[in-house]
Design a protein around this ligand. Sequence first.
Ligand code: SF4
Length: 149
Amino acid sequence: MKTKILISACLCGKNTKYNGKNNEIKEISKLKEVFDFVLICPEVMGGLSIPRNPSEIQKDKIISNQGKDVTKEYVLGAKRALQIACKNKIKFALLKESSPSCGSSLVYDGTFSNKKISGEGITTKRLREQGVMVFNENQIDELLDMVKL
Ligand code: SF4
């Protein structure tokens, strides 16, 4: 039986990004040989639309580039992602780097100036708190090595 993995829908080619596009990665078919995908898009699962205004983390809130506080939607999306992980007994996630939901080592700095800083998205944080190992699209070799152990 293949290992289940939580994966950002946009990495699989689904047009769930804020701008209605995706972040499809070329390794999808290779990953499908190893994993059963469980797709998530926490922002859409939290009630936000496609397209939507881009948002960034500002201290303990998530604010859109129009100044709207969308923390509630992001928190709900993270909660739903965690529920899916728990229900499926998922131990691994592959999530899009730098997103305020899915980022795992970098996020935008909150000034909408395209500057990234160390940090993690809201969903990544919730998943890690429950022991899910979160990787990003630049760490696919590490992820595959970890699963082979
Ligand atoms: Fe992709 Fe995550 Fe953003 Fe959804 S919330 S579009 S899955 S990075």
